[in-house]
Write a new protein. Sequence first.
Length: 487
Amino acid sequence: MSGRATVSTIWIVLAAVAVTSVAVFAAPVNAASSHEAPSAALGVTTPMLPAQDDADDRYPPADDLETATPIKHFISVMQENHSFDNYFGTYPGADGHPEGACLPTSLEDPFAGCIEPHHVGGQAILDLGHSDDVFREQYRDGRMDGFVSVFHGQSARAGEQAMGYYDDRDLPFYWNVADNYVLFDRFFTSAAGGSVRNHFYWIAGHPGNTEGDSLRPEGFDDVPTIFDSLHANGVSWKYYIQNYDPEITFRADLEGSQAAQLVWAPVLNYNRFLDNPELNSRIVPLEQFFEDIANDDLPAVSYIVPSGASEHPPGSIQAGERFIRSLITSIMRNPAWLDTAFMWTYDDWGGWYDHVAPPQVDEYGYGFRAPTLLVSSYAKKGHIESTTLDFTSMMKFIEYNWDIPPVAERDAAANNILGAFDFDAPAREPIILTRARVEVPVQRPRTSAVYTAYGTATAAAVLLMLFAHLRSRRDAPSGYVTARRTP
């Protein structure tokens, strides 16, 4: 254990036990029957991996690597299925719900009424449709008025729920983070669809399967990833998976929800990440993250995916908050806090309303905005970052910070997240935030004590004024009057 490891080890291990005790919730996965090789227009090249015999020397300690910023550890977490307006539509100062918003329940019947944004905290919710077809019917060529009507004729409850939102009553920790660190209000999902393509954009700057938002039975060996680039350039990385089962790979005969792990961790759809021990050893259970923090062995780049704590409807958003808080607090209690940036976002909008039309940069996206926050000792305090960003912007920062080439055209063209940081200021001390969002009452002294203190202060002030007057008369030269300095 390094000299930087502290007594926080016990707390971190307990946190790891608490996080991994959450029940597993798995999302369904679509299967694809065929595919074509990714288009050359997407900027894809076949990765060149180094020989395995020099693998032991490939990863120097993250703190020893030269970086463009003071950040030595970048951590990215992908939660699931919420839009920006669903979580932060009422956050003060952010680009939230427009005044008077009310979306029609039917586009064919103008007298069918409309649904306004409304609070849904504490209610049972559905897993709304969030396919690329649903996106198109909600987006409507930028009119952004189909969020309710898309569910018309299917479920009135689904259409009403789509306009629902949460606030600080439901997500106090997330709102506390926004108050003290950085909230992004123009952070878009990379693909106008569901989980598969968006997870691939997160790791590869590429949709993965160009024929559909689904996994390919033969895998994705032809799609390079950020981890290939990191490995080739000697920059350490790990992919941490909650409730990780190493037997679940694209080679296995899987049923139903078992395949969800392949969506959350696209690297398990590659032969090289399964067969190359140096690569495969970087794919680890989430418990390893807490051990790495405790042992001061955090890699330069960490990707983290949950399972039971992903916030995927109808799962518990509070479980997701506890999960994220456990990760952040473990970092804050460790010296790695000083040079770490922790960022989390959501893989798609989950069918929820969002009022900002996403820019269409190519045939695959962007998709609707996702809640995204950043915590770091160099994060601007209480800052709302409005640069247009997407999942590949995190790759952009990694590539900039560790001076490695872009993986694909999307990350090469993406905006960087640098606007969230203030590297001219000294590193901030951590603020251990809680899940309570209440004002601490001021403890007021008794009235008699107030009068006593006031009388004492008044007497002292009079004595000081008298002393100053006598001294000014003594020190002033003869024939001069001591004058008060004016501004």
